[in-house]
Each structure stands twice: as C-alpha cells, then as structure tokens.
Ligand binder design. Structure first.
Ligand SMILES: C[S@@+](CC[C@H](N)C(=O)[O-])C[C@H]1O[C@@H](n2cnc3c(N)ncnc32)[C@H](O)[C@@H]1O
Length: 371
C-alpha cells in the first residue's frame, strides 16, 4: 500500500476518482468517470496477501469450482444492473452472495465481507455457510421440502387471508420473506408487496418461482434495511423475530417496522411462546421431533434467552446437522419492544383465524398498531 498514493495520482490523470467508501480490508477503490458522469470502470488496488486480496481470490476459486454459483452470480449482476442504478442495493446483495459462497467453500471472510460490528451488535445471523447451515445455499436448497407442513394450504391460507385484510388497500412489507411461502400467495391476491431477506440463497429460490416478479425483493437485514415508500402493513412470521439473537437487534427490528409504517399502520408478528413451562428446573434440552426423517432438539439458556435449534436430517443414510441460533422472547417483552418503537398491542390471537390466546396456546399472532 506504500505505493498506492503514486498509483492513485497517475490514475487520477486518466479520469479515475477515489471512492473511499469502497476502501476496506487493504483495498483502495477507484471509479473511472466519463465526461457525461457515467462510470465506465471500477478498479481495486490491493496489497498482496491483504484480507481483501485473500477473500477475492477465494471467491474467484469458488466461482471456478462451482458452475451453479457462477450462474447465480452472473444472474444477480444482470438483474440488478437492469433493474436500477442503486449501487448500494447492488453492493448489499453482492456482499451477501459472496459471503455465503465463501463460507460454503470453507473460507472465513476477513475483509468488508465479514460481519460488520453493527450486524454483530444486532445479533444478525450472517454466518450462513454450509457449516453454520443457517439460511445459506445448503438450507435454501431444501427449505421448502423440509418445511412442507408449513406450505400446506391449511397453514398458509388463514395467514394470507388475515394479512390481506390488514393490508387493506395499502402496501405490505414482509421482513425475512425467505422463499416466498406467504409473500407469493399474498401478492397473488393483489396486495402490493415488498420483501426483505438477508440470504441471497433464499431470495434466489423465491425469484425462480412464478409470481415473484410481482414482489419488490430487497437484499438486506430486517433490523436496518429501508425500503422506499410507506406501508400499511409490515409482517414477520414463522418465529423469525427470534433469528435476531440480541435484544438490541429485536428492538431495532420493531423500530425498522415502525419506520416503514404510515400512522395507523400495523406490524404483525407470528411466534412461538417459549416453552419454559415444559423445562424442569435445571434442564436445558427439549425434544421437538423424532421421526424417520430426523430428530430435532431445542436447547434453552434461561439466563441469556439464547435458544439453539439442533436439527438433524437423515438423508440417504447420513445424518445432516442443520443448527439455528435464536434469542427467544416472551410475548410481553415483544409488547414492550413495540412500545419502545412507538406502537401498541392491538390484538393477540393464538392463530391467524383470531382464535383466543390462552395459557395453553403454543404460539401467538400479535398485531401492533403505530400511533
Ligand atoms: C424460517 S425462515 C422464514 C421464511 C418465510 N418468512 C417463511 O415463512 O417461510 C427465516 C428467514 O429469515 C431470514 N433471516 C434471518 N435473519 C434475518 C435478518 N436479520 N434479516 C433478514 N432476513 C433474515 C432467513 O434468511 C430466512 O429466509
């Protein structure tokens, strides 16, 4: 990097400009800008052996080794280039894809591709590699098959009916839209829908499905990413508030929901009631299922509210672990988060049909309204 200033000076003479927001991990970033303001080239100067250099080479090797990754990466570039000039959205989506690919290839990213300190503070699950197995390529490839029960029309339709009714004639935004289990049928009803998710692998599955073109799909973290415009409904289903593994992250998610809502708009959360009543004093593990397809356990830490889902799938005679890290929250804690974010609880039901919530309800659908 000692020679970088001289290189930058020479490049400035042929229309390159420094773009310091792109400097990270030992890289100096420049753009070549034509007289009409259009950017014709991006150029990175990197020190041999620096974090950016190593991450970049590892991504190149992953692309060489994996034709499917090549086509996803190319598809992402073309799609985002064709859609808009939003450099920030492009960078966010590309960073997620590269990070997931590196982790899946067993390379821990060190440069700007590693989790940011903000993401770490908010407890965003972004270590989405094959080993971590959260919502990276390996999980995305089997997500719909492993969650077949959740795709059943008896589960999906009441949720979609309720969400369509709550959206009214306004726009709706799904946090953590995943492969579109709820978003696709809701958009099919004519609700104008946007969806955020921070797994490019999950979003890729969504984009492949018929009807996805109706949805404005945005790569990003539901705790921090803003989608332009105002919404009458933001919703977050299938326990996914717990995927933010810190209280700060969950509060930020409520605040982000409120920031998208018009006054009187609603934020809907569907989540399990933590099974603390089933835990005898001192016990930490609860079985969830045991069937020919696999085994699942939940590990509770009642001090930190950490909840680890330990799922094991039996596939072709082999055991495939698929762990997930969460932070559980009692419904009353979620209500307080809503108040912190300027919303109040309007309804708490045991299910989407408005069933009464009781001491025995295993899950809740909670509707918060913005002042
Ligand atoms: C259990 S799936 C639910 C997907 C979909 N809503 C459904 O009901 O099938 C959880 C989703 O949350 C996404 N996710 C987890 N943490 C996230 C975060 N901090 N920001 C955005 N998406 C996140 C994952 O990538 C995954 O797609």
């Amino acid at each position: 990097m000692a020679t970088a200033p001289a290189c930058v000076a020479a490049l400035t003479g042929i229309d390159y400009r420094r773009a310091p927001e792109g400097d990270f991990g030992g890289r100096v970033f420049l753009r070549r800008v034509a007289a009409d303001g259009r950017v014709s080239h991006h150029l990175s100067l990197a020190e041999h052996g620096a974090a950016y250099w190593l991450d970049h080479l590892a991504f190149r090797e992953a692309l060489r080794a994996n034709p499917e990754l090549r086509s996803r990466s190319g598809g992402l570039k073309r799609r985002l280039a064709a859609k808009h000039d939003d450099v920030e959205a492009y960078t966010r989506a590309k960073t997620l894809l590269v990070r997931e690919a590196l982790l899946a290839a067993g390379h821990t990213p060190r440069s700007g591709l590693a989790a940011s300190s903000d993401e770490r503070a908010l407890g965003t699950l972004c270590g989405m590699g094959a080993d971590e197995g959260y919502f990276g390529e390996r999980v995305a490839a089997v997500y719909d098959a492993h969650s077949t029960g959740m795709f059943d029309s008896s589960v999906v339709e009441p949720a979609v009916d309720r969400l369509a009714q709550l959206a009214g004639d306004g726009r709706a935004l799904e946090f953590a839209i995943g492969t579109g289990r709820i978003g696709l049928p809701l958009a099919e009803r004519g609700v104008a829908l946007a969806g955020i998710d921070n797994s490019e692998a999950m979003l890729e599955r969504l984009r492949e499905k018929p009807g996805a073109e109706r949805i404005e799909v945005v790569s990003g973290d539901m705790a921090t990413t803003r989608v332009a415009g105002e919404f009458s409904l933001v919703y977050l289903v299938f326990n996914t508030i717990f995927n933010l593994t810190t209280q700060d992250g969950q509060v930020a998610c409520f605040e982000n929901a409120a920031a998208h809502l018009r006054s009187g708009g609603r934020f809907v959360i569907e989540a399990r009631v933590p099974e603390l009543q089933r835990l005898p004093l001192g016990q930490t593990v609860l079985p969830w299922r045991a069937d020919p397809g696999g085994l699942s356990f939940y590990v509770y830490d009642v001090v930190t509210q950490r909840l680890s889902g330990q799922h094991f799938y039996l596939e072709e005679g082999r055991v495939q672990p698929s762990p997930i890290e969460m932070r559980y929250a009692w419904p009353a804690e979620l209500d307080l988060m809503a108040r912190v974010a300027g919303m109040r609880l309007e309804h708490r039901w045991a299910g989407w049909r408005g069933e009464p919530f009781t001491a025995l309800s295993p899950a809740h659908v909670s509707v918060y309204v913005k002042a």
